[in-house]
Design a protein around this ligand. Structure first.
Ligand code: HEM
Length: 580
C-alpha cells in the first residue's frame, strides 16, 4: 500500500531533505563552535552563512550594517563564515602597510576590458610592478604642470553655470562626472573631450555615459552566469545595449588616444599638450589667464638636477610635464619588455573609472553640506576671497595647499563623505608566503586568523570612531585646526602644543579616505587638486542652494564600494554670488 501511495521522486526528496538539513546543521555547528574563527564575536547567523551580509550588500547598505556591528560587538567582528572585519588603526597598519596582504577576489569585479589594472591586480608583488608604471604621473610636480588643463576645464564649467537661466537646478553628480572626465582625459592624454560643453547643451557624451554605466554593468555581469552574458547583451533595448557596451566604448576611446600618442612619439615629436577639440567650444574661458600658458620651451628648459622645493610638498619646478599614456608607452617591466597594449588600455580605463565618480560624489556631498552651513561658507570665503581677487583666476596649487581652513574643510569632508567608505578586503596569506611568516596565522588584535581568511576595515567606521573623533557625526572643519582642542586659558605652552599635535596625529592616523598602505589611491594627489580647484572656483563665484527635494532623505548614503545618494542625484542651484 505504502509503495503505491508515494512516488519514487517524492520518496527521494523525503530522504534527501532531512539529510541536507542534517548536513547544514552539522556545518553550522562546526562553523559556530569548532571553526578557527568561532571565538570571534558577531551574530550567529553571519557565522553560518554569507547570505545575511550578501543581502545587506544587495540592499546597498553594507557600510552602515558593519558599523552597527562594531557598535554592538566591539572592534573585531565575524561577518561571514570566512570574513572578519575590524576597526582599529594598529590593525589597519598591520594588514595594509606592514604585511601588505593581497587583495581579495572581490576586486576582479572591477576588471576593465576583461583585463587587470593596478586596482584589480591582487598579489602585492605584481601590483607594485604595475604601480611603478603610472605612479610618477600623479606626483605633485607633474600635476602642477597640468594645472592649465585642469584650470581650463574648471573655468569652462564655471562659465557654463554662469550662463544657466536663474534658479536652474543642476544634478551635480552628472555635472562633476562630466568635469572629472574632461580633467582626466586632458591630464592623461592631452586631449580635449568637451564633455562639459556637451553637458551644457544637454547632448549625450557616450564616454561619460559609459563611465556612469560601468559599475552597473559590473553588478549585472556578476549576477549573470558567464555563458548567458552574450545573450543578455542581445536584449533589444538601446539603453541596455549601451550599458552592456560601456566597457567597449571606454576601451575604444583609450585605444584611439594610445595610437595618437604613439604616432606622435614615433614621429619624434614630444606629446603635444592638447589635441584638437572634438566639438566646437563655447566662448573661451578667461580662467586660463591665471596660469602660465604651456610652452614647450619653458618645460624643456630643465637643469640636470631638478630644483625641488625645500619643504615636503614634493614640487620640483624643472620636472618635465608628461601625460599618462606616454609614460605607460615608455614603461618597461623588470624583464625589459614594454607594457603590452592590452595592459596600457586597461590601466588607463581603470583610472578613468576610479577617478571620475569618486571626485564627483565627494564634491556633490561637500556642496550639499555647505548649503546647510553658512557659518562654514563664510569662513571659507574669507580665505578664498583673500587669495582670489579675480573670480576667474584660480590660485596656484602651492597657494591652495597653504589655505588652512579650506584644507581643514576638505579633510572633514573626506572624513564624512569620502567616496569610498567601504570594506577594503584583503586575504590572510599562507604562513610560508614571502611577505609573511607567522605559523599560527595572523594575530588580529588577539584573534588568530588562519590563511585564506578575508579581513578588512572600512573608512566609514574608522572615520566615525568616537574615541578619536569627538561628536563623530558633526561636520566640524575646526577639529583639524591645530588650536581647536585648546582654550584661551591654556595659552600656547609647549604642553598645549604637544597635546594638540598628538590629537591631530591620532585623527590623521585613523583617516583612510583614499585607502591605506601600498594600495593607497594612486590618484590621491590629483583628487586633492581637483577638490581644491573646484571648491574655490564654485564658492568664489556662486551661492549654492539645495533644490527642492534635495534633503537628508534624498542624500542618505548608499554604498556599493563607492557611495552615492539614495536619490542617485544631487540637485543644487547655483546663484551668481552677489558680492563677487
Ligand atoms: C575623492 C576622490 C577619490 C577617492 C575617495 C578615492 C579612493 C580610493 C581608494 C579608497 C582606493 C583604494 C582601494 C583599495 O585599497 O582597495 C583607490 C584606489 C585607486 N584610485 Fe582613487 N580615489 C579618488 C580619486 C581618484 C582619482 C582622481 C584617480 C585618478 C585618476 C584615482 C585612481 C585610483 C587608482 C589608480 C587606484 C588603484 C591604486 C593601486 O592599487 O595602485 N582615484 N582610490
Amino acid at each position: 500500500m505504502f509503495s503505491m501511495a508515494i512516488s519514487l521522486p517524492s520518496f527521494l526528496l523525503l530522504v534527501a531533505l532531512p539529510v541536507l538539513a542534517l548536513l547544514f546543521v552539522c556545518r553550522a555547528i562546526n562553523l559556530l563552535f569548532f571553526h578557527p574563527l568561532s571565538s570571534i564575536p558577531g551574530p550567529w547567523y553571519a557565522a553560518v552563512s554569507s547570505l545575511w551580509i550578501t543581502t545587506h550588500v544587495l540592499r546597498l547598505e553594507q557600510c552602515k550594517t558593519i558599523h552597527a556591528l562594531f557598535q554592538t560587538y566591539g572592534p573585531v567582528v565575524r561577518i561571514a563564515p570566512n570574513k572578519v572585519v575590524f576597526c582599529d588603526s594598529g590593525a589597519t597598519k598591520s594588514v595594509y602597510s606592514t604585511w601588505k596582504f593581497d587583495k581579495s577576489d572581490y576586486y576582479k569585479s572591477l576588471l576593465t576590458n576583461d583585463n587587470d589594472h593596478a586596482m584589480t591586480t591582487l598579489p602585492h608583488a605584481q601590483h607594485s610592478i604595475r604601480r611603478k608604471a603610472y605612479a610618477s604621473h600623479y606626483t605633485p610636480s607633474n600635476l602642477s604642470k597640468l594645472q592649465p588643463e585642469i584650470g581650463e576645464v574648471t573655468g569652462k564649467m564655471i562659465d557654463t553655470l554662469h550662463r544657466l537661466p536663474g534658479h536652474t537646478s543642476v544634478d551635480t553628480l552628472a555635472l562633476f562626472r562630466h568635469l572629472g572626465l574632461d580633467i582626466l582625459v586632458a591630464s592623461s592624454y592631452g586631449f580635449k573631450l568637451g564633455a562639459i560643453d556637451k553637458w551644457a547643451v544637454e547632448a549625450q557624451d557616450q564616454l561619460t555615459e559609459a563611465i556612469g554605466d560601468f559599475p552597473k554593468r559590473g553588478l549585472l555581469r556578476s549576477a549573470v552566469p558567464k555563458w548567458a552574458w552574450n545573450l543578455v547583451c542581445e536584449i533589444p533595448n538601446a539603453r541596455f545595449r549601451l550599458l552592456c557596451d560601456s566597457d567597449k566604448i571606454m576601451a575604444e576611446f583609450v585605444c584611439a588616444r594610445l595610437y595618437e600618442m604613439r604616432a606622435t612619439m614615433n614621429a619624434g615629436k614630444e606629446p603635444l599638450p592638447l589635441v584638437l577639440p572634438t566639438i566646437v567650444a563655447p566662448s573661451p574661458s578667461h580662467f586660463l589667464s591665471s596660469f602660465p600658458t604651456f610652452s614647450r620651451a619653458s618645460s624643456r628648459a630643465s637643469s640636470p638636477s631638478p630644483s625641488c622645493a625645500s619643504d615636503d610638498s614634493g614640487y620640483c619646478e624643472d620636472v618635465e610635464k608628461s601625460y599618462m599614456v606616454s609614460r605607460l608607452l615608455n614603461y618597461r617591466y623588470p624583464t625589459g619588455e614594454t607594457m603590452p597594449e592590452k595592459d596600457i588600455i586597461s590601466e588607463c580605463m581603470g583610472h578613468m573609472v576610479a577617478g571620475t565618480d569618486t571626485t564627483s560624489i565627494s564634491l556633490s556631498y561637500f556642496l550639499w553640506e555647505l548649503t546647510r552651513r553658512q557659518d562654514i561658507v563664510r569662513k571659507l570665503r574669507e580665505e578664498i576671497d583673500a587669495v582670489m581677487p579675480d573670480s576667474a583666476a584660480i590660485p596656484d596649487i602651492k597657494v591652495l595647499n597653504r589655505m588652512e581652513y579650506l584644507n581643514a574643510f576638505i579633510k572633514e569632508g573626506l572624513r564624512l563623505y569620502g567616496a569610498v567608505p567601504s570594506l577594503l578586503e584583503r586575504v590572510v596569506p599562507e604562513s610560508s608566503s614571502k611577505n609573511f611568516a607567522c605559523a599560527d596565522g595572523f594575530d588580529l588584535m588577539g584573534y588568530a586568523l588562519p590563511p585564506g581568511t578575508i579581513v578588512g576595515t572600512q573608512a566609514w567606521s574608522m572615520h566615525r570612531d568616537p574615541a578619536v573623533f569627538q561628536s563623530p557625526e558633526t561636520f566640524l572643519p575646526e577639529r583639524w585646526l591645530p588650536s581647536y582642542g585648546s582654550s584661551k586659558e591654556d595659552g600656547v605652552s609647549a604642553e598645549v602644543v604637544e597635546r594638540e599635535a598628538a590629537r591631530l596625529a591620532r585623527m590623521t592616523s585613523q583617516m583612510m579616505p583614499f585607502g591605506v598602505g601600498s594600495r593607497i589611491c594612486g590618484g590621491m594627489n590629483l583628487a586633492h587638486l581637483i577638490l581644491r580647484m573646484v571648491l574655490v572656483s564654485v564658492l568664489r563665484n556662486f551661492d549654492v542652494e539645495a533644490a527642492p527635494g534635495t534633503d537628508e532623505k534624498s542624500m542618505d548614503v548608499r554604498d556599493s564600494f563607492v557611495m552615492f545618494p539614495a536619490a542617485m542625484e544631487c540637485k543644487l542651484i547655483f546663484h551668481p554670488r552677489a558680492s563677487a
